[in-house]
Design a protein around this ligand. Sequence first.
Ligand code: AVJ
Length: 322
Amino acid sequence: MNVSLLAPDRAEAGDREEFRAAVLAGLARSPRAIPPKFLYDARGSELFDAICELPEYYLTRTETGILTDCAAELARLAGPGCVLVEFGSGSSVKTRLLLDAMPDLAAYVPIDVSRRHLDATAERLRRDYPRLRVEPVCADYMALDTLPARAPRLGFFPGSTIGNLEPQDATAFLRRARALLGDRGAMVLGVDLKKDPQRLHDAYNDSAGVTAAFTLNLLRRMNRELGASFDLSAFVHEAFYDPVEGRIEIYFRSLRDQSVTVAGRSFAFTEGERVHTEYSYKYDTAGIAALARSAGFTIDRTWTDPARLFAVIYLEAAALGK
Ligand code: AVJ
């Protein structure tokens, strides 16, 4: 069902039901896992914004720095009159760097599952960029298969959000993006790079405990929205880097044997048992090239910061049949 066609309260009821179904399925599965998108309720989004300000969380400020430096060149590569399509209209700060560098965009198309988020973003941008045509699309970009007809299109997927996806899903996402953007399409991708494991570990285990609060907010959300009985003092945040898989793994872990009720069902947790909430994959140049190729893109340009912490990649649709 297309959520954008529903009244806001019906849409919210649908969201609640989707959350309930995902949590019940995720807790029944072995190993247990809840998809990361459910971390972003209102409080979770606030906590994520706070993460982006943490001294240990270099990603956001590094990517913003790179985008600031490369925006003009990026605008030249994309050329005039293109449509900027953002997958998951998140932080408007990064979007604005592109909008400022591309005053002759034909349109800006933010895609987001949250109607409220989308409307707020569109309103702010229309106010601040009165000459920009803003055409929001309320949809799950992992499932979307058409866009308002107009080309050429430039996709924007910043923040290393692609790192949340397991490799086969990352390829599937980029293939879909390739199809949506068309044969003259291009894509700006923000990717966190492999680096000193301690540095990676610290970014997801900050000393102020904001990342832990972000993970544990999921338990609060289940308590509030699903009538769950999670004892917030009986679970902890756990995040570590797996160098073989090249990813940060994030969980909440039970501190004791306990039983928790969720949406009227009872779930037993043993001491030390974990529920997976996120992966955050880290790439190297070869990995990015392989990912791009597998999805029908070629890498046109790569920008990094001097310490090579993060990369902004400009991908172009590869000619078909090659
Ligand atoms: C939004 C998926 C890019 O993986 O770094 C940050 C999410 N989780 N700290 C990341 C996150 C905990 C973030 N992404």
